[in-house]
Design a protein around this ligand. Structure first.
Ligand code: NAG
Ligand code: NAG
Ligand code: NAG
Ligand code: NAG
Length: 587
C-alpha cells in the first residue's frame, strides 16, 4: 500500500510541477519582499530530496483580503552584534556505556512514536486527531490534519525521513480556504498549525511548508482585522473572507491574545514581510504598558478584555492554564529577538519577580522535600493577596520557563527556582500509584520556604476541609481534584530544559522513570490514550479513546530529546513554541 501511494504521488509531480511553478511565480512572497530563504531555485532543488513537490493553493486566497485596520508598520528589530548568554550546559564527552543506555532509552521513545504515527496514518490520515482504541478519528481544529501538521518536525527530528516526505506531500494539499467549523480558533491554529509548519520549514527548508505557512499566516493575520487592532479569539471564517472587520470578544483568557507573538514574529523574520510582527506587537505593547497597573504588579489577571483593551481589571491570577503561555513567551521572545526589543526583557523580569513573591509555595511534605509548586492567587483592589495552593499539570512548564529566563537574563537564582519547580512536578509523578502525574491537585503551603516541617495534624485538618480528599491519596496531598493524565507534556518539558541547562543526570534518569510509567499507562489497542485516574493502578482498557495531537508534537518529542545528544535542537540555536515546535534563532 505504501509503495503504491508513493509512486502515484511521484507521477503527479510531473503534472504538478507546471502548476506549482505558476503558483510560486505569482505568490506574494516571490516578489516584493526580500527573502533569501524562499527562491524558486530552491523549490526546484527540492526534487532532489525526493519530496513530491505538488503545492495546491488553497481554494481561497487569504492574502487578497485587505485588512481595514491600519497601523504604522514595524520592522522586526534586530541587533546583529547582540549575543545572549549561552543557554546549554557544556557537556563532557559521554562514556560508551552512557551512550548505550541513552540510545536504548531514545529508541524506546521512538518505538512508541512510530506505533502511534502508523495508527494515525492508517485510521485518521488527514484528520485532526486519532481515536486510539476504536481506530477512528475526530476533526476538532477545522479539519486541516492537525495531528499530521503538528507531528512534522518530530518526524524530522527522529530521522523518520520516508514518513516525513510522505507527510510534507500531504501538507501540499491542505485547503486553508475551507474549514469543518464556522469559526477558527486563533490560539490553537497558531500554536499547532502555524507553529508546526514554521518549525518543519526551519528544520527541512522545504518550500511547500513555507508556502502553506504563509497562506495560514495570512488567514491568522485577519484575526487582527478589528476596530482596535486587537485579535479575536475565534475567526468567523466566512466574514473574514469578505474583509469586513471582525468583532472582538469582550472577555478572553490572557493566554489567547498573549500566545501569538513567537509564531507571527518568526513568520515575519522568514518572509521579510513585517505585517505579522506589526500586528502582534500591538497586543504585546498593551500588556507591557499595563504590567505594573494590575492588582499584582508584574502579573496580569487571568481574564482580560481585548475589546476594551483592558488587561488590568480582575482579581484572579494564575500562571497555569488560561494564562500559561502568555508568560512562557516573554523570555522566549527575548531569545528569538536576541534582546533587540527591550520590552520583553522588562516583562520577563517583572513576571519572574512577582510570581516568585505571590504564586510559588513550598508544600508541606512527609519527606520535607525542598521543592516548589505554582499556585493561584486572588488579589483585591486594596492590594491584599491570598494564595490558593492548587496546582495543575499545565503549570509544570514553569520550571523550564524560570530556568530559561534565568539563563538568558543572567539571574542564577531563577535557575534554582526553576529546578525546584521542576522537582515539584517530578514529585507529583512519583507520588502517584501509576507513576504518572495528575491533571490538578492541592497541597498544604508552608509559610516559609526554609522552615517547612511535616505536621501530620495540620495535614489532617487541611484535608478535612476538602470534599475531594480520598483515603488512598498520598500523604501531603489534600486533593487530587482531577486525577486524569491527558497525555500532557509540561512536566517532561521542564525536565528536558533543566537537563540541557544544568547537565545534571538526575533529570535524564527522572525522564526515564516518567517515560516508562507514561508508556505503561497510555498503551491501548492501536496507539496511546488518556488515563482516567493516575492515583490508582492502571487498567488501560478504561482509557479514553482520544489521542491529542500534542502527544506526538510535544510529549514524545521532549522525551526523545531528553535522551538525545545535546546538540540535537540545541537551546542555543532554537526557541520552542508552546507546542514544542523549534524555531531557528536567526544569526
Ligand atoms: C493572492 O492575492 C494576492 C494579492 O491580491 C496576489 O498578489 C497573489 O498573486 C494571489 N495568489 C494567488 C495564488 O492567486
Ligand atoms: C469544503 O469541505 C466540505 C466538507 O468538509 C466539502 O463538502 C466542500 O466541498 C469543501 N469545499 C471546497 C470549496 O473545497
Ligand atoms: C514595572 O516596574 C518594574 C520594577 O519597578 C520596572 O523595572 C519596569 O520598568 C516597570 N514597567 C513599566 C512598563 O513601566
Ligand atoms: C511497565 O510495564 C512493564 C511490563 O508490564 C513492567 O515490567 C514495568 O515495571 C512497568 N513500569 C512501570 C514504571 O510501571
Amino acid at each position: 500500500m505504501h509503495r503504491t501511494a508513493r509512486s502515484n504521488r511521484i507521477r503527479l509531480v510531473a503534472i504538478g510541477l507546471g502548476l506549482a511553478i505558476l503558483y510560486f511565480t505569482f505568490s506574494p512572497w516571490s516578489f516584493g519582499y526580500d527573502s533569501e530563504s524562499v527562491r524558486l531555485t530552491q523549490f526546484m532543488n527540492s526534487k532532489e530530496t525526493g519530496t513530491p513537490a505538488v503545492v495546491k493553493p488553497s481554494s481561497f486566497n487569504w492574502s487578497s483580503v485587505a485588512s481595514q485596520h491600519v497601523s504604522e508598520t514595524l520592522i522586526v528589530p534586530w541587533n546583529k552584534h547582540a549575543r545572549l548568554p549561552r543557554v546549554q550546559y557544556v557537556f563532557d564527552k559521554e562514556s560508551n556505556e552512557e551512550a548505550q543506555s541513552r540510545e536504548y532509552r531514545r529508541t524506546q521513545v521512538r518505538n512508541v512514536f512510530q506505533r502511534d504515527w502508523q495508527a494515525y496514518r492508517k485510521f485518521a490520515w488527514m484528520k485532526d486527531a486519532l481515536m486510539p482504541m476504536t481506530g477512528s478519528y475526530r476533526d476538532q481544529f477545522s479539519g486541516w490534519a492537525a495531528t499530521l501538521v503538528d507531528s512534522l518536525d518530530t518526524l524530522w527530528i527522529m530521522g523518520l525521513k520516508a514518513e516525513f516526505d510522505e507527510a510534507v506531500a500531504a501538507v501540499a494539499g491542505i485547503d486553508f480556504g475551507n474549514s469543518t467549523s464556522t469559526t477558527v480558533n486563533t490560539f490553537e491554529t497558531n500554536i499547532r498549525y502555524l507553529g508546526g509548519l514554521l518549525s518543519a520549514y526551519d528544520l527541512s527548508k522545504r518550500p511547500i511548508l513555507l508556502a502553506k505557512a504563509i497562506e495560514l499566516g495570512d488567514l491568522l493575520h485577519l484575526a487582527f482585522n478589528t476596530e482596535n487592532g486587537m485579535p479575536v479569539d475565534f475567526i468567523d471564517f466566512q466574514r473574514a473572507k469578505t474583509g469586513e472587520k471582525l468583532l472582538v470578544e469582550p472577555t478572553v483568557v490572557s493566554a489567547s491574545p498573549g500566545t501569538l507573538s513567537l509564531e507571527m514574529t518568526r513568520l515575519s523574520q522568514i518572509t521579510g514581510n513585517p505585517k505579522y510582527y506589526t500586528a502582534v506587537s500591538g497586543v504585546m505593547s498593551l500588556f507591557y504598558r499595563n504590567q505594573n497597573r494590575t492588582n499584582i504588579p508584574g502579573l496580569w489577571p487571568t481574564y482580560v478584555s481585548m475589546s476594551r483593551k483592558d488587561v488590568t481589571t480582575g482579581s484572579q491570577f494564575t500562571l497555569a492554564g488560561s494564562a500559561d503561555s502568555l508568560y512562557e513567551y516573554l523570555p522566549k521572545m527575548h531569545g528569538l529577538l536576541q534582546g533587540a526589543e527591550p520590552m520583553y526583557d522588562t516583562m520577563s523580569r517583572g513576571f519572574l519577580d512577582a510570581a516568585n513573591e505571590h504564586m510559588l509555595f513550598r508544600p508541606m511534605l512527609p519527606g520535607e522535600d525542598d521543592i516548589l509548586i505554582s499556585g493561584n492567587a486572588n488579589a483585591n483592589d486594596d492590594g491584599k493577596t491570598s494564595l490558593d495552593p492548587e496546582s495543575e499539570h499545565l503549570a509544570c512548564y514553569l520550571g523550564g520557563a524560570y530556568a530559561l529566563g534565568g539563563k538568558i537574563l543572567q539571574r542564577p537564582d531563577d535557575i534554582e527556582t526553576g529546578a525546584k519547580l521542576t522537582k515539584g512536578c517530578m514529585y507529583a509523578y512519583k507520588s502517584m500509584a501509576s507513576g504518572v502525574g495528575p491533571e490538578r491537585w492541592n497541597m498544604v503551603a508552608c509559610e516559609s520556604r526554609t522552615n517547612c516541617k511535616w505536621n501530620e495534624e495540620t495535614w489532617v485538618k487541611e484535608r478535612q476541609k476538602r470534599p475531594e480528599w480520598k483515603e488512598h491519596l498520598p500523604r501531603g496531598f489534600t486533593t487530587v481534584k482531577d486525577p486524569r493524565y491527558i497525555l500532557r507534556p509540561e512536566a517532561i518539558e521542564s525536565v528536558f530544559i533543566l537537563y540541557r541547562i544544568t547537565g545534571r543526570r538526575q533529570y535524564q534518569d527522572a525522564a526515564w522513570d516518567m517515560f516508562q510509567a507514561v508508556r505503561n499507562a497510555t498503551h491501548t489497542q492501536y496507539a496511546s490514550g488518556s488515563v482516567p485516574d493516575v492515583t490508582i493502578p492502571i487498567d488501560t482498557s478504561k482509557n479514553e479513546d482520544y489521542m491529542e495531537s500534542f502527544w506526538l508534537a510535544e510529549t514524545l518529542k521532549y522525551f526523545y530529546l531528553a535522551f538525545s545528544p545535546p546538540d540535537l535542537i540545541s537551546l542555543d540555536d532554537y526557541v520552542l513554541n508552546t507546542e514544542a515546535h523549534p524555531f531557528l534563532i536567526p544569526r
